[in-house]
Design a protein. Structure first.
Length: 299
């Protein structure tokens, strides 16, 4: 009887992959996907925070621009008031000089009138001699003029003091407003710097988010491809296991047939090698030949 040859068939493009390695790969992919999702969420939150900061800085910049416009208007008004105060101060200085000149002339006129009055006392003697007296002006007119000039001088001094006080106040307000304007301009420049920084960071976060979304899509595609490959491998593994079971059954059946053939061959060999007794009659021949088929059938 010919020997049975067993041959194990393998599926094409089949690479055995154990459950542990597949589980490890799946866990690694799941961890990577969770990490990418977390980074994407953090980038989204960072983008929202930067967008809010950018909007806040834009509102502050708008308010600062309006406040600077108001301060510029106030500074313009203060500069105009300062010019008016300087003009009024110059006019007051001119008036003061004029009043001083008038006061000096009035004092000279008073001195002259006093001198004329004293000279008029001497002229009374001349009138006794028959000379005509000189006309005497009213004695109160110089005093009235001096009082008026003194009053005007006092009013001018008060006006000058008020103008000087207004000018000093205008200068203080101008300095304060200028300082405030410089502070707001510095704040505006700082806000613009923060806005540019926030815009750059937001653009970086947006670019990072886009890259993460693209990478997540690629990972999803790879995961789908891995799912398809896993399903295909599982189908191939199931087919290979089925084929292996069939081959094992065929091998066991072949081994059983081989063992049965060997036993039969051994019985036949044993029967052939034993010497046959002489045949004296039909009964002895029957007794010798009868057990052989019985043993073969029992085997």
């Amino acid at each position: 009887m010919p020997k049975t040859k067993l041959r194990l068939y393998t599926l094409p493009n089949f690479r055995p992959c154990g459950p542990k390695s597949m589980t490890k790969r799946w866990r690694s992919r799941a961890v990577e996907i969770r990490d990418l999702a977390g980074r994407l969420d953090r980038a989204s939150r960072q983008r929202d925070v930067m967008r809010d900061d950018n909007d806040h800085l834009l509102r502050e910049m708008a308010l600062a621009g309006s406040e600077i416009h108001q301060l510029q208007s106030q500074v313009h008004d203060l500069e105009r008031d300062l010019k008016d105060s300087q003009t009024a101060g110059a006019a007051a200085d001119v008036s003061l000089d004029r009043l001083r000149d008038e006061l000096r002339l009035t004092q000279e006129e008073v001195v002259t009138n006093d001198y004329v009055g004293s000279a008029h006392g001497g002229s009374a003697l001349g009138s006794a001699r028959g000379e005509s007296p000189a006309p005497n002006p009213p004695p109160s007119s110089p005093d009235v003029a001096l009082a008026q000039l003194s009053e005007e001088l006092q009013d001018t001094k008060e006006s000058l003091e008020r103008a000087s006080a207004g000018r000093d106040y205008a200068l203080e307000e101008f300095v304060r407003m200028t300082r405030l304007r410089d502070e707001i301009q510095a704040k505006l420049a700082d806000s613009e710097l923060h806005r540019d920084k926030a815009t750059t960071e937001w653009a970086d976060a947006k670019r990072t988010q886009t890259e993460l979304e693209s990478k997540l899509r690629r990972m999803s595609d790879k995961l789908k491809e891995a799912d398809a490959i896993t399903a295909k491998l599982q189908d191939q593994l199931a087919a290979a296991q089925t084929q292996q079971q069939q081959l094992i059954l065929e091998r066991d059946r072949g081994l059983s047939e081989r063992d049965l053939a060997r036993r039969r061959l051994a019985l036949v060999t044993a029967a052939v090698s034993d010497p046959l007794p002489p045949l004296s009659g039909p009964s002895q021949a029957a007794s010798v030949s009868a057990p052989l088929p019985t043993c073969i059938s029992c085997s």
